[in-house]
Ligand binder design. Structure first.
Ligand code: PGA
Length: 256
């Protein structure tokens, strides 16, 4: 059975006091189950607070970005080995806000994916099309281009220790969610891109959905056969909502 993952992406939100309350609540309310990982991805300054708070719990943590370089004169950057030094498990790579606001290219994102794996971290490769691209019938081609960049740089075997997140740009933070059928179609396409090179590996690959997942729609989306959990933005900042979304993933896991 494929592993499921629910990862919270706090983006640029939080303070020490707010994080403490949120994490304590999550530790109390999230029930660990086999085959489902739960992670929170916090801003860099808070990672050590999150690491300390989650130690000994079933939750793990991740970062939202990393440098493609391991060490050197890269002011303002944070490397994979630094994150690993603190016990980081996951790192988001190529989130659409990085692609759009920071001009990250497919090549750079593929390099970051490689850097994460060199450091022993699990990259969560974020891919997704804009509304314009979807309306232009380019969804499949865009996802292919984004995945191909990593396949070319790292090879298909690299996906053995990676997660893919399908995040249609038009659904992120907009309240507009992909329908379960739209998510399923995109996830199936993503799986087929990897399956073309290694069918066994593709069958095991965790592909999560992100984009306005809320307690009210999580169950439906997670019940799709190729949707293995979620990358949760806004709702990950509210303990009850994130807990409810994790429960929906746990229920989907048990049903399999
Ligand atoms: P959202 O964000 O859940 O607030 O839409 C998802 C993401 O950007 O990872």
């Amino acid at each position: 059975m494929r592993r499921r993952l629910v990862a919270g992406n706090w983006k640029m939100h939080g303070s020490r006091a707010v994080n403490l309350a949120l994490l304590s609540s999550l530790k109390r309310s999230i029930v660990p189950i086999d085959g489902l990982g739960v992670a929170v991805c916090a801003p860099f300054p808070y990672l050590s607070q999150v690491a300390d708070s989650l130690r000994g719990s079933s939750l793990v943590w991740g970062a939202q970005d990393l440098s493609e370089h391991d060490v050197g004169p890269y002011t303002g950057e944070v490397s994979g080995p630094m994150l690993a030094d603190f016990g980081c498990a996951y790192v988001l790579v190529g989130h659409s806000e990085r692609r759009v606001l920071h001009g990250e290219t497919d090549r750079q994102i593929a390099a970051k994916f490689g850097a994460a794996q060199r450091a022993g971290l699990i990259p969560v490769l974020c891919v997704g099309e804009t509304l314009e691209q979807r309306d232009g019938g380019e969804m499949q081609a865009v996802l292919r281009r984004q995945v191909d960049a990593v396949l070319k740089a790292s090879g298909v075997a690299a996906f053995r220790r990676a997660v893919v997140a399908y995040e249609p740009v038009w659904a992120i933070g907009t309240g507009r969610t992909a329908t379960p059928a739209q998510a399923q179609a995109a996830h199936l396409h993503l799986r087929s891109l990897v399956a073309a090179q290694d069918a066994g590996l593709a069958a095991e690959l965790t592909i999560v959905y992100g984009g306005s997942v809320k307690p009210g729609n999580a169950k439906e989306i997670f019940s799709m056969p190729d949707v293995d959990g979620g990358l949760i933005g806004g709702a990950s900042l509210v303990a009850e909502d994130f807990t409810a979304i994790c429960s929906a993933a746990a229920a989907a896991q048990k049903q399999e």
